[in-house]
Design a protein around this ligand. Structure first.
Ligand SMILES: [Zn+2]
Length: 188
């Protein structure tokens, strides 16, 4: 993860760069969201969107609850930021350009594409997502040369990664616990 610093700073684009303490604080909340997902039989991914040191959106997976495969934590949080912009008469473009995403698992390809289109400058995430990850694992959407597709963004990865993986494992273990052993899905 990023180097510890004395305090957060703004770069010359007005983008907020969190210090170690802030990453710890916001990731703790993202993990609480992931835990809530786990408690509600959703894939445990939680996230927070922070603008000017203020949480504008928080989300966790709602895929099973809504029966909508696109309701990932990031999408839920993005909708909340849009609502906030609407209620506070702010231009979403200006807000997203200065919003940091904290998420327990590497964003998938869909979410990474959305984040890039919205011009989110920085994503801090926990563990890698080997099967669906869009920030380095399967595709590298933040860094790839994708003309007409938003703006590249920076990632800080690996924060509490083991814990994020443990939660995913717990979810897949508890999924379908009543299946008879002989019929349980086997790994090839
Ligand atoms: Zn996603």
């Amino acid at each position: 993860m990023g180097t510890p610093c004395e305090g957060s700073s703004l770069d010359n684009h007005g983008v907020f760069h969190p210090c170690a303490e802030e990453i710890q604080k916001w990731m703790q909340k993202a993990f609480e969201m992931a835990k809530d997902a786990l408690d509600n039989s959703e894939v445990p991914v939680g996230c927070l969107m922070v603008y000017n040191n203020k949480v504008l959106g928080r989300g966790r997976n709602e895929v099973n609850e809504t029966k909508n495969a696109t309701r990932h934590a990031e999408m839920v949080a993005i909708d909340q930021v849009l609502d906030w912009c609407h209620c506070n008469d702010k231009d979403p473009g200006d807000v997203f350009e200065r919003t940091v995403l904290y998420v327990t698992v590497e964003p998938c390809i869909m979410c990474a594409g959305a984040l890039r289109l919205l011009r989110i400058p920085l994503v801090v995430y926990g563990c890698k997502n080997d099967r669906f990850g869009g920030c380095g694992s399967v595709l590298d959407i933040p860094a790839d040369n994708l003309p007409q597709t938003g703006a590249p963004f920076k990632c800080i990865s690996g924060y509490r990664a083991e814990e994020a993986v443990e939660m995913l494992k717990m979810f897949y273990k508890q999924e379908n616990p009543n299946a008879p052993k002989s019929k349980a899905r086997k790994k090839d």
